[in-house]
Design a protein around this ligand. Structure first.
Ligand SMILES: [Zn+2]
Length: 416
């Protein structure tokens, strides 16, 4: 793998050279001497560019790009059961591959190099992620209402056989929710995740209805219910987590669980507002996710940062969730949630980065780059995307982008 040298790039107020060797940041210094640069190095002119960490999307359903705009403006349960699940039932493996490629294209173009995915036909999403050069945690998804006992066994066999599939791809155990998975399967999922050293990821306390039903049926909140089954621990990542009690927050803190905030989807589905203030006071790690494109309706993590920050402030406290804090959620916190040694532009870290065009009108004047990036910018400010030491977008172009779009147009006409 040839080395990369980004010359004279703006980094947190200084102009530096950034040398990437193999897949890590090898040296970051004000002027790297020619004798320290390997012969086969590709040199990138960083003048007028800023280097920042890229995004790590902590919760999505990539192939749901195929459902973008199909059903909007209704409640979560009605949306899932009357629209989304029936149409998804018609998808083949080829659809999932095309939808995943569309999602990854959109994510790369908006600065995301990693996504945690919960969906079906995971082999297709893995194939798309490997081919397009991004990182991913791919879920082996469990939902008893949509699966046979045989397919559940197949999932466990797949986890055991494939859990170290590819260096940029890891698997995770993903029971869909407390309302689609029963006690025994929850316990088994938790045991398998722990035994294989994998993340366990699920949706939790997304709506009032979910919480009320759980209290009626189990006599507990969803978090208390998972705690009673012995599911919660430091390998657990919970999406949404909107309707939490003070006791739930204590359990989450005690068990060192990470939460994923999905402000766009939560607002669009009318699910509620995560209590960022209390969770941050409790020092609970929170990362950001877009959720699927059918409830967002895009996969743009920069937009999600702005939504998260504005939503936190809307009740009257403008100090809540600063630009720097939400940028950390979208970058380093997301990487940490899924055990990836990245999310910072720092020697020794995995070499994932964005180059932003400092001559874009939305980044001028540059009093505070992260403020501009969170509150003012859009994806057009991204000049280059680097993942694992490889350039995966250059001058706004992603390899095969025309073919990816044409394939989706073709295949979607067959499912409607
Ligand atoms: Zn979701």
């Amino acid at each position: 793998m040839p080395s990369l040298l980004i010359k004279s790039v703006w980094k947190e107020g200084d102009v530096v050279d950034v040398l990437i060797q193999q897949n890590r940041f090898y040296k970051i210094a004000s002027n790297i001497a020619p004798e320290d640069i390997p012969l086969d190095t590709k040199i990138i002119d960083g003048a007028g560019k800023a280097i920042v960490a890229p995004f790590y999307n902590g919760h999505t359903h990539a192939a749901m790009t195929l459902l973008r705009g199909y059903a909007d403006d209704m409640s979560l349960f009605k949306w899932l059961s009357e629209y989304i699940w029936p149409l998804e039932g018609k998808f083949t493996a080829a659809h999932i591959y095309c939808g995943s490629r569309l999602a990854i294209l959109e994510m790369i173009k908006s600065g995301t190099v990693f996504f945690a995915d919960m969906y079906w036909n995971r082999e297709e999403t893995i194939r798309a992620a490997v081919e397009m050069g991004v990182r991913a945690t791919i879920g082996v998804t469990f939902a008893e209402n949509l699966m046979t006992p045989e397919s559940i066994e197949e999932n466990f066999n797949f986890l055991k056989k494939e859990c170290h599939h590819h260096e940029r791809i890891q698997l995770a155990v993903m029971p869909h929710s407390i309302y689609t998975v029963g006690d025994a399967l929850w316990i088994r999922c938790a045991e398998v995740a722990r035994a294989l050293g994998l993340v366990l990821h699920t949706h939790i306390s997304e709506t009032n209805e979910e919480v009320e039903n759980c209290k009626r049926d189990k006599g507990k909140t969803p978090v208390e219910y998972l705690e009673s089954l012995g599911v919660l621990g430091p390998n657990v990542v919970l999406a949404h987590a909107i309707h939490l009690t003070a006791e739930d927050v204590e359990i989450i803190k005690e068990r060192k669980v990470t939460l994923i905030h999905n402000p766009g989807s939560n607002m669009k589905l009318g699910s509620g507002i995560m209590d960022i203030s209390s969770l941050m006071k409790a020092k609970i790690p929170i990362a950001l996710g877009t959720d699927g494109a059918s409830s967002n309706n895009n996969l743009d993590m920069r937009e999600e940062m702005k939504l998260a920050s504005l939503l936190a402030k809307v009740k009257g406290d403008p100090k809540l969730l600063t630009a720097e804090e939400v940028f950390h959620m979208a970058t380093i916190n997301g990487a940490q949630a899924y055990g990836i040694d990245a999310g910072l532009i720092e020697e020794g870290k995995l070499a994932d980065a964005l180059l932003l065009d400092l001559n874009n009108e939305r980044l001028i004047p540059n009093y505070h780059l992260i403020s501009n990036w969170v509150y003012a910018a859009d994806s057009r400010c991204i000049d280059m995307v680097i993942c694992d030491g490889q350039i995966i977008m250059e001058n706004g172009y992603v390899r095969d982008q025309e073919a990816i779009l044409a394939d989706v147009q073709k295949i979607i006409s067959q499912v409607k």
